[in-house]
Design a protein around this ligand. Structure first.
Ligand code: FAD
Length: 299
């Protein structure tokens, strides 16, 4: 086997689609993907997976102030995650992986599958898998609350990103149904709590006036870029590498952007003229530039 991919979310499906000419297998403990909704750049996703498009992005704070950016064309898309993943890859073996090392993976039934490259795309659900496999776990966690609501009193040509204090952020995605959410950032072992959306509802009563809550989900995300994503021939990709940033709607774009250098490194390694370490170098340079971005002060 050339490559074992663990997880068939966006990261696993995308990388599988780019390695389809090789001898690969994609394992997922659940063949049916999660029903997440995400917003990203329209050009990144398949047309059939788009639920709504937006030409504007509005930043709002928790005190009632908004700033709108109009891009004059529908460059953002609210996406059906299951359809997005299905558009990339459907050949999934429904099996749970319990650990991996540089020789391959071990499945729940004890079977061992050997591979030249192992790519861990197991996302937030794969923390135990990474622990069992000796991978360092990021020290911070994001606690997320999100609600699906019937109707919001807002135009549907913009989505909203909420800029709270340093640990609080969120989003409003107008669509049918709409989605609102809030996220708090904590260190592991700190006193943690799920954020509330009431803080926002109080600041913007005119938006939430007619909304009826359909569903509420709560989720915990490991957060923070993992420094070493290539360990011998084992690679972390997607949320398992800490690419998550649900507060700022960037994860899908990060994954999309990183997939090409990753698949190119894997191909050149399998073809015998390159090293997987090339991807680690690329990762490190983009990780450093992200940190530089963070330090830019907006006057
Ligand atoms: C509420 C919310 C809103 C978000 N909003 C946005 C947004 O607007 N824009 C954006 O860009 N991003 C957003 N994100 C983040 C984005 O959804 C993720 O970054 C992205 O889906 C990660 O994809 P992934 O493939 O790494 O992980 P996942 O999609 O989680 O896939 C991991 C897969 O691995 C499988 N798996 C786990 N463990 C095992 C195992 N042991 N064996 C076999 N299979 C296993 C799981 O079943 C799963 O299918 C949001 C996230 C949330 C929760």
């Amino acid at each position: 086997m050339d490559v074992v991919i663990i997880g068939a979310g966006y990261a696993g499906s995308l990388i599988a689609s780019q390695l389809e000419n090789y001898d690969i297998v994609v394992f997922d403990k659940n063949k049916k993907r999660k029903n997440k909704s995400v917003t990203t750049f329209r050009e990144v996703v398949d047309e059939g997976a788009i639920k709504n498009t937006y030409s504007k992005l509005t930043f709002m704070n928790t005190k009632g102030t908004k700033v709108e950016y109009d891009f004059n064309e529908e460059i953002f898309a609210f996406v059906d995650y299951q359809k997005l993943c299905d558009s990339l890859w459907t050949d999934i073996e429904e099996k749970k992986v319990v650990s991996y090392d540089k020789k391959g993976v071990v499945l729940e039934n004890g079977e061992r599958i050997e591979a030249k490259v192992v790519v861990d795309c197991s996302g937030i659900d794969g923390e135990n898998l990474r622990r069992n496999s000796g991978i360092n776990i990021p020290p911070r966690l994001i606690y997320i609350t999100y609600e699906r609501v019937d109707r919001l009193n807002v135009p549907d040509d913009t989505f909203y990103l909420i800029v709270g204090c340093s640990i609080y952020g969120g989003w409003i995605y107008p669509a049918k149904p709409s989605e609102i959410g809030a996220a708090n950032l904590f260190k592991r072992k700190e006193n943690v709590y799920y954020p509330e959306t009431t803080i926002l509802k109080k600041s913007y009563p005119e938006i939430f006036v007619e909304s009826e809550i359909k569903q509420i989900f709560k989720e915990v995300y490991p957060y923070g870029f993992v420094k070493r994503v290539v360990n011998d021939n084992v690679i972390l990709f997607g949320d398992s590498a800490g690419l998550t940033h649900p507060m700022y709607a960037t994860s899908i774009h990060y994954i999309h952007h990183a997939s090409k250098p990753l698949s190119e490194s894997i191909k050149s390694y399998l073809n015998g003229y390159g090293k997987l370490e090339e991807y680690q170098k690329w990762w490190k340079s983009s990780w450093i530039s992200t940190r530089k971005l963070k330090s830019i002060q907006i006057p």
